[in-house]
Structure formats: C-alpha cells, structure tokens
Design a protein around this ligand. Structure first.
Ligand code: V47
Length: 402
C-alpha cells in the first residue's frame, strides 16, 4: 500500500488565493490505517496520483470499471482538492437556442426538428434578442448559445446575432457555437474554419461551449450521431479554435452504447489535444437522456455511473483545469455529491434549457443563485461565482439577485 502524505502539494496555478484554499486531505485517499482500497489495483493508481504522474489508458480502464466506487472517488477528490481546495465554481448564465432546425438526424437527440417540421423554431435576430431580454438581467454574465444545423442560417446570421446581443447586453460574454456548428457554417459557406472563427470573434464570440463531442469512437458515432462531424474533425476544429486564441470547453456523452474503453479513449484524445493547445477550460461529462430519442430503449444512466464518470474524468484529464457536474443532466442531488468525486464546478443558473428537457430531463431548467450557493455550502465547499473564463465575479448588491 503506498504511503501517502497528509497534504497534497499544489501542482497547478490556482485561480483563488492560497489563503482561501485548503490542500487535499490525503488521509482520505488511502493508507494511514483509515480506509484501504477495496480494489487493490487502485493502490498503483494512488501512487501515480500522489506523485503527479499521468495515468495510462489501462489505468483509466481500471478507474472506469472498478467496483470500488468510493476508492476511485477518493482518488479523484484528492486531485480535485489539490487543484482547487474547497472552491466550487458556478456562474449566472442563460441559455439561448436560436433554432432547433437541424439537417442532421442524430439518434441521440430529442431537441432537433427537420426543416419545415411542426416542432421547429427559428428566431430572427430581433426575436433572438427579445428572447434573451426576457431572461438577461445585470447579474447575468454569460449567454450560452447553441442550436441546430439550420440549412438557411449562415455565418452572416451569427455575426448579426452576436453584434445585436452585445449592443443590447454589452456586459455579457457570448459562449456560442459548438465545433459541430462551426464545421457546418464553414462547409456551408465553403470557407476555411479559420476564417469563419475570425469573423465570429470579430462579431463578438467570446468562447465556445463543449457540446457535440459525444464519443469519438467511430463505431459509436455511426449509431448515435451518424452523418455528424467525425471525432477527428471535432478535435481538428477545436485545435484551430484554440490556435486563434479562443478558449473552449469539451464534453463526453456517456451512458448509451459506449464501452468503458471507448470512454477512456475519448478522454485520452482530449488530453492529447490539450497537451498541444491548452485551450480547454473545462470538461463536462454529459449523462445520456434517452426519452423521445431513437435510443429510447437505452436505460438512463445510474448514480454509480454518473459519479464514477466524474471521478474517471478528473483522474484522466490531468491537464484540463475544471470538471463540471452539470446539474441539469445529473440532477441537483447527484451534482452535489459529485463535488466530492472530482467535480469543482456546477455550471450555472441556466433558466431556459431545452436540450435535456426535450429528452426527458427532470432536474428542471433553472436554479436561483442562492440555491446553487446553498447546495455548494451544504456540501462543505466554498461557492465562488466565476465568469466564463473563470475569473471570480463580485457583484454590487442589486445585481446579486441573479
Ligand atoms: O451537444 C444531446 C448533448 C450537448 C442529448 O460547454 C444530450 O459549458 C444527453 O454541451 N441526452 C449540449 N445529452 C449540452 C452541452 C453543455 C452543457 C452545459 C455546459 C456546456 C459548456 C456544454 O448535450 C449536446 C450533446 O452532446 N445531448 N442530446 C441527450 N438526449
């Protein structure tokens, strides 16, 4: 059994001051007579984790498949506390989906509608600004903007949209368009991705959300999102986005037909790209919601898979600063527990979420800032409001209402 130090030495630059952070409590990882691992294979992982050594693909498969959920959780919690102490980040954000019309027809998706279909909506720029105005207050720091691959909406539409949104809400950061949407806009306009990204940035794009990555393995993509941007292409576009100085997030959709090995492979591919670019801020594991999709026969993910996937992600992605427990998909209760399994971020207040709702999500579509802060404090952590780029936010009293 490895001999583990009481305190984890810091290994990464911290966003908060040292004073506000508490180092990881290693007595909780293993050894010291407290709680040995039930699965002895985790001892080798613990040695590496304590030494700050990278876990291999094979280690990842152990972390993904072990029955010692609490063991793997303790390891991930150790890493999470070494990076962030007790801090848990959240933001005051709003979602905006300008259209759900989509030329792709992904089996995983309950949100999209075909062009001309009765469930479809497409906002003009003015309508999109009006829709945002219903929810955006001075306290909101981010608009998360994603939608379908609409056959008639080109780069010009998004340029006009971003400019109009920033004219109306100049204090808001626009986190908009996944790698899949950027790919579609570039192909539709027959323009290089680089040019599309430059134009969008000039119009006000601040950063990109992490959606659309699903699972990179082509075997899985052929079933859950056939005809969509390939895994290789998703990574290539993220590389370009990062090269142009735009930060992004990354995701993994789990709990459908993928194997544990395919989950680990996905994480290793993200880690390799991050070694090259450093452009990912946050990783978000997304629990698949099957209702109203063509994969409705798949059982929803379990609490165990949710927590183990958070822990696995934290352990494998040693170069991505943040792991988000997206409460909309996990539910508030599991997201709160995930703060002790490797996650350091809860996402935000959200308010009008449609992708998970369409697929039977039951967590609700919005949460007040006070509720988020309560969840975090009640988990024994310290709530830190952040902006999209993870700078701490301090509000004046009227704005703090959220
Ligand atoms: O791109 C689609 C996935 C993503 C389903 O970057 C589904 O900060 C579960 O990417 N069940 C959208 N998931 C969500 C997303 C996201 C959320 C929060 C924060 C950030 C961020 C990104 O959800 C889609 C797709 O990968 N998705 N359908 C479904 N049925």
């Amino acid at each position: 059994m490895p001999v583990l130090p009481e305190k984890a030495p810091p290994i990464a630059a911290r966003t908060l001051s040292q004073r506000r952070l508490r180092c990881g409590r290693l007595t909780a990882v293993s050894g010291n007579g407290l709680a040995p691992f039930l699965d002895r294979r985790l001892e080798r992982l613990a040695e590496k984790v304590v030494a700050g050594e990278r876990l291999s693909f094979a280690d990842g498969v152990v972390a993904a498949t072990t029955n010692d959920l609490l063991g793997v959780g303790r390891l991930a919690n150790f890493v999470r506390e070494r990076l962030h102490g007790d801090a848990v980040y959240f933001n005051v954000n709003r979602h905006l989906n300008p259209t759900n019309v989509c030329v792709a027809s992904c089996a995983l998706c309950a949100f999209a509608e075909k062009y001309g279909g009765v469930r479809g909506w497409t906002y003009s720029v003015a309508e999109a600004v009006d829709a945002a105005a219903r929810d955006v207050t001075p306290a909101v720091t981010e608009l998360h903007i994603v939608g379908g691959l609409h056959p008639k909406l080109g780069v010009e539409y998004y340029e006009a949209l971003f400019a109009a949104l920033l004219a109306r809400f100049p204090w808001v950061h626009l986190k908009a368009l996944t790698m899949v949407e950027i790919d579609f806009l570039a192909q539709r306009a027959k323009l290089p991705v680089e040019e599309v990204v430059r134009r969008l940035v000039a119009a006000g794009l601040g950063s990109c959300p992490g959606g659309g990555a699903e699972i990179f393995a082509e075997r899985v993509r052929a079933v859950i999102c056939d005809h969509k941007t390939s895994g290789e292409r998703w990574l290539e576009i993220a590389r370009t986005v990062h090269r142009l100085g735009v930060k992004s997030n990354c995701t993994m959709l789990y709990g459908h037909i993928e194997t544990a090995e395919e989950r680990v492979d996905h994480l290793v591919r993200l880690r390799e790209l991050q070694d090259a670019t450093g452009g990912f801020q946050c990783f978000i594991p997304l629990a698949f919601h099957p209702a109203h999709t063509r994969l409705e026969h798949v059982a929803p993910s379990t609490g165990r898979l949710d927590l183990q996937t958070i822990a696995l992600s934290r352990l494998m992605l040693d170069n991505i600063p943040h792991v988000k427990a997206y409460w909309i998909m996990l539910g508030a209760k599991a997201a709160q527990i995930a703060l002790h399994f490797g996650a350091d971020d809860l996402d935000g207040t959200v308010v009008d979420e449609r992708i998970t709702q369409a697929a039977g999500g039951e967590a609700g579509a919005g949460m007040a800032r006070a509720e988020l802060e309560h969840l975090i404090r009640e988990a024994g952590r310290v709530a830190v409001e952040r902006d999209t780029l993870y700078h701490p936010v301090t509000h004046s009293a009227p704005a703090a209402a959220g």
